[in-house]
Design a protein around this ligand. Structure first.
Ligand code: GLA
Length: 390
């Protein structure tokens, strides 16, 4: 059964009727520009063909009732219980429900109508895998309330509201990349976003390369603490560097050359974190002409450099991710491999010659299992469209 059929059937079971609407919203994988979105840098993600499906209808009362199929849990809340993060029985909302509730909260703050709904959803974006399962949930619910609320916003505006929900309601200080990719994805195209101006365009993905996702199945535990610490280090770097470079607003404004000149002014850890960001922004700018002319060898080299930098300077890798990357980089057909997303577990992204992608995937699975004793999950993904009502 497809996810769409599953979600329709579950809706029917729960609510005794067929759903009025179904939306899908994809996860994402980022090819280059990691941990730079909150430093006003550039990112190069795609929306992937792993997604959440949400079936919904207008609610019969003022209660919004949600069924999360994958957890076999159900929750109800109203606009009134929202601010206290409680459900209708005055119990704390479970963590999974903070995402839809956070969306309702952010929309309400923006003065947008969020009529009660009943919904059932399921997803094949694994949680905590670095593929943005939470942004996909947020984008699905923004669309659901847009459908019922009688208002209409462009995809980037919807992305910003999802980010606000996650920052202010869930409490994860993420940047805009994930919600952007889930909202604005384009089939068979790579997205290029300037996280300062929010201008974006798409770039071609050559037919003869495949994007392979390799899931270590190591799940991030509560890493928002480490994530937020990285952000603080970046802010500290800007504060110190601005004494010599007045007017800089973020690490985006610091060239590699200026950074090298001033790096000794920074505390050692802050220097390493900021060096990753400054060099990664340079890499993501340098990638554009390479992608335009289809130079996968050089683009892959930048991807490999990104992993080394995330591992050694930004320190967001773990042994299993390093193993997956090392095995991948040794295999024929692999242009580049690195961890993707926030890090601390989850997936790697691999740029591979398409005709070798199947053999690559098999050899990577075997090589990784050999070294770690755990079977990974590996699949060739394709770039999909952003969130949409079906
Ligand atoms: C998480 C955040 C994004 C981004 C990445 C790292 O996925 O949600 O905003 O910062 O980490 O690039």
């Amino acid at each position: 059964m497809s996810l769409q059929e599953t979600v329709n059937a579950t809706f029917q079971e729960c609510f005794g009727e067929t759903p009025a609407y179904v939306v899908r919203a994809p996860g994402r994988v980022n090819l280059l520009g990691e941990h730079v979105d909150y430093n006003d840098g550039f990112v190069l993600p795609i929306a992937i063909d792993r997604e959440i499906w949400l079936a919904f209808s207008p609610g019969d009362t003022d209660q919004t009732t949600l069924r999360a199929l994958d957890l076999s849990e159900q929750v109800s809340f109203t606009l009134k219980t929202l601010a206290s993060k409680k459900d209708s029985a005055d119990k704390d909302l479970p963590i999974w429900a903070l995402y839809p509730a956070g969306v309702m909260w952010a929309l309400k703050e923006a003065g947008l109508a969020t009529p009660a709904l009943k919904g059932a959803y399921t997803s094949n974006v694994p949680q905590g895998s670095g593929l943005s399962s939470s942004a996909a949930v947020e984008m699905a619910f923004v669309l659901a309330w847009q459908t019922l609320g009688g208002w209409k916003l462009p995809p980037m505006e919807r992305a910003l509201l999802g980010q606000k929900a996650e920052n202010r309601y869930v409490g994860v200080n993420c940047g805009i990349m994930d919600q952007f990719a889930s909202a604005c994805g384009k089939q068979d195209r790579l997205l290029h976003l300037d996280c300062r101006s929010l201008e974006w365009h798409t770039l071609p993905l050559p037919n003869d390369v495949a994007i392979v996702i390799a899931d270590t199945r190591m799940r991030r535990a509560l890493t928002s603490g480490e994530y937020n610490k990285r952000r603080l280090d970046c802010e500290e770097a800007v504060r110190i560097l601005s004494e010599k470079l007045p007017g800089i607003k973020s690490l985006r404004d610091v060239s590699v050359e200026a950074f090298n000149r001033l790096a000794s002014q920074l505390p050692e850890r802050v220097e390493r974190r900021a060096r990753h960001v400054v060099e990664e922004i340079e890499r993501s700018v340098g990638a554009i002409p390479l992608l335009e002319k289809g130079d996968m060898v050089e683009f892959g080299r930048l991807i490999n450099q990104c992993h080394a930098s995330l591992r050694d300077l930004y320190e967001v890798s773990i042994t299993e991710l390093d193993t997956m990357v090392r095995v991948a980089q040794s295999l024929p057909g692999c242009y580049g491999a690195r961890l993707t997303g926030a890090g601390f577990g989850g997936c790697t992204v691999n740029l591979v010659a398409r005709e070798q992608a199947e053999a690559f995937s098999r050899a990577l699975a075997a090589g990784y299992e050999d070294e770690t004793g755990f079977p990974p999950e590996i699949y060739v993904c394709s770039a999909s469209n952003g969130a949409e009502v079906i």
